[in-house]
Design a protein around this ligand. Structure first.
Ligand SMILES: C[S@@+](CC[C@H](N)C(=O)[O-])C[C@H]1O[C@@H](n2cnc3c(N)ncnc32)[C@H](O)[C@@H]1O
Length: 225
């Protein structure tokens, strides 16, 4: 019975979305999230990932809590149904947390300050040196062919991105980069792309790089020069 009702509400939610594409901008964010999470069940497919993936557990239980206590102004790049909880780490002052995603449909998962734009254009939205830390996880080189969605991978694009990120980070700020080695075998550092903007830093609890045995994800930490 509850399953049938959920399925009916889910169909209704999709119908409203398709028929009135602008209607969701009028819906308060908490209600919008409630419909997507509890009625459409968008997070169900990620339930296992959120519980088991070592890189996800590291990001949500170790890296982001450490970032939120160590850095004031933080930019989180790429929002998804499984990232909206991260804003709670900045509940002491939601003005410390900014999110950005080029896909307008992910705005609902963003924080109080969410920017709909490619990260390559962050300098058009925030002044030089604004951020103390940028979290760039799951944005480089990823591939979701069924959605036609691909992360930046060309070296010229990566170099241009690093220049822009350097501009909006304060000197000494942290750039945390996480990606899948199957998509990009070498890090920005190993590719020689950091100079002259960043340098690997071991001023984190995990040194310069965090790996996960048996899992292809990795994080590296760079300091803004
Ligand atoms: C695989 S999800 C990663 C989500 C999250 N960052 C994480 O680590 O869990 C990738 C998200 O990044 C966004 N994205 C990819 N490339 C981007 C870019 N160049 N600028 C802004 N957002 C981007 C996509 O729209 C998508 O929502």
């Amino acid at each position: 019975m509850i399953g049938t009702l959920k399925s009916l509400f889910s169909k209704l939610a999709y119908w409203v979305n398709d028929t009135f594409p602008n209607a969701k901008s009028l819906v308060p964010k908490p209600l919008h999230r409630f419909v997507l999470l509890r009625i459409v069940g968008m997070n169900d497919q990620y339930e296992r990932m959120l519980r088991e993936n070592p890189e996800r557990l590291f990001l949500q239980n170790d890296a982001l809590p450490w970032v939120s206590t160590s850095y004031k102004q933080v930019l989180f790049v790429g929002t998804a149904v499984y990232t909206y909880q991260y804003e709670k780490l900045f509940a002491d002052d939601p003005d410390r947390y900014t999110t950005i995603d080029r896909n307008p449909s992910t705005k609902v998962w963003g924080g109080k300050h969410h920017i709909v734009a490619p990260i390559e254009q962050i300098n058009q939205h925030r002044p030089p040196g604004f951020f103390d830390c940028i979290v760039l996880s799951g944005v480089l080189a990823y591939r979701i062919p069924e959605h036609g969605d691909y992360g930046l991978v060309e070296q010229d694009d990566l170099r241009a991105l690093l220049k822009v990120l350097h501009g909006v980070l304060r000197p000494g700020g942290l750039l945390l980069v996480g990606w899948n080695l199957r998509d990009m075998a070498q890090s920005l550092s190993q590719l020689g792309l950091l100079d002259p903007y960043f340098a690997p830093t071991d001023k984190t609890p995990w040194g310069t790089r965090k790996e996960f045995p048996g899992d292809p994800h990795v994080f590296e930490f760079y300091e803004r020069r």
